[in-house]
Design a protein around this ligand. Structure first.
Ligand SMILES: [Zn+2]
Ligand SMILES: [Zn+2]
Length: 350
């Protein structure tokens, strides 16, 4: 059920009407040609259960467009109004084509300058294959897409990849209000933020990122003096958003080796940090790349570096030193991307 109709050969949009002008249209449309955009049938102005204006078919004969729920009309109206208020050019039920001539119909299509966004409201379950098939048409057409996907109990699939920007919509059972649980936001704030460019996939493959050393002081077991040790690395993007951090002796990649690929031991020495090098550990009965004491070079073994300590130091102070840049996905370190709304990473909500 579209928000768009054709009145005397020009597009009219239901969300642009107020009560007076809508009543005026209702009183006068029979004398004019008010047509559906999807077929050659006449259109009738109507009001939905959720109090949104829309156009209905006078007759459905020959029309292949799918019927829509009132939530669908509600969301289309909401998105169109917000987009217009932010200066986007808006067309609902926009029909477009890929360069190969494959057709798509976007629920709400927004253009501002070079940016094009198609909003797709997906109220019925959709498989991964179908998401991909439909998304590929938009990619081929140079259009960014945002899928607003109704969340169901026991739902097994919501895309979480850069190529398919999909966001779950939950309807609160008490109030009927719609929200986006990934960011714990009401739907209108989410849509507004998305159109303002707040939604970003961070980090991308091959993006230049910043690593910073997380350090603290430890009493050397041999000489009993205080010495600075490296606990791990914090990882940031160029806008300063903290994406993740890694333990010096974690099990994902060799962080000591990674640090040495980007900083050298004489640079570490300027910050009173002993070289990262293989030292023999009696506990482990082997040598490994380790922290040492800046004063006596005794190994500061991995057993000192409890994960909880690293977590606590990082959470409390976020104090980091010695920035270096690296390319995401190179030299074994790949930070998996996710959606961020402003500085907030999307969270799991199931
Ligand atoms: Zn139709
Ligand atoms: Zn020492």
């Amino acid at each position: 059920m579209p928000l768009r109709a054709i009145l005397n050969q020009k597009d009219v949009f239901s969300y642009e009407f107020d009560e007076d002008s809508w009543n005026q249209l209702k009183a006068s449309y029979k004398q004019e040609t008010l047509m559906m955009p999807c077929c050659d049938n006449k259109a009738i102005p109507k009001i939905s259960k959720l109090n949104n204006y829309f156009f209905a078919h006078a007759r459905r004969s020959g029309c292949t467009s799918a019927p829509e729920t009132f939530e669908h009309i509600f969301l289309k109206t909401l998105i169109a109004k917000i987009a217009r208020s932010l200066g986007w050019d808006v067309t609902t039920e926009k029909i477009g084509e890929t360069p190969e001539g494959e057709r798509w119909i976007a629920d709400v299509f927004c253009i501002k300058g070079k940016a094009k966004i198609a909003f797709e409201i997906q109220w019925s379950p959709q498989t991964e294959t179908e998401f991909k098939r439909r998304q590929e048409k938009y990619i081929a057409s140079g259009v960014r897409t945002a899928w607003l996907y109704k969340l169901r109990r026991n739902q097994d699939y919501l895309p979480a990849v850069y190529e398919i920007p999909a966001f779950g919509i939950q309807i609160k059972s008490d109030s009927g209000k719609m929200s986006v649980p990934q960011f714990d936001l009401p739907i209108d704030e989410f849509v507004r933020g998305m159109l303002e460019g707040k939604l970003k996939w961070r980090p991308k493959q091959n993006e230049e990122l910043i690593g910073k050393l997380i350090t603290d002081y430890n009493q050397c077991w041999r000489c009993k003096r205080r010495t600075r040790v490296i606990l791990g690395i914090g990882i940031y993007d160029k806008e300063g958003i903290n994406l993740s951090y890694l333990y010096f002796h974690g099990d994902e990649i060799s962080v000591p080796k990674f640090i040495l690929q980007h900083l050298n031991n004489s640079e570490l020495a300027k910050n009173s940090i002993a070289p990262i090098k293989p030292r023999y550990s009696n506990t482990m009965q082997e040598a490994y790349l380790s922290n040492g004491c800046f004063h006596c070079d005794a190994i500061q073994g991995q057993w000192f570096l409890r994960y909880a300590w690293v977590d606590a130091v990082y959470a409390e102070s976020k104090k980091t030193i010695m920035d270096f840049s690296f390319i995401n996905g190179h030299k074994n370190l790949r930070v998996e991307g996710k959606w961020y709304f402003g500085k907030e990473p999307s969270r799991s909500f199931r």
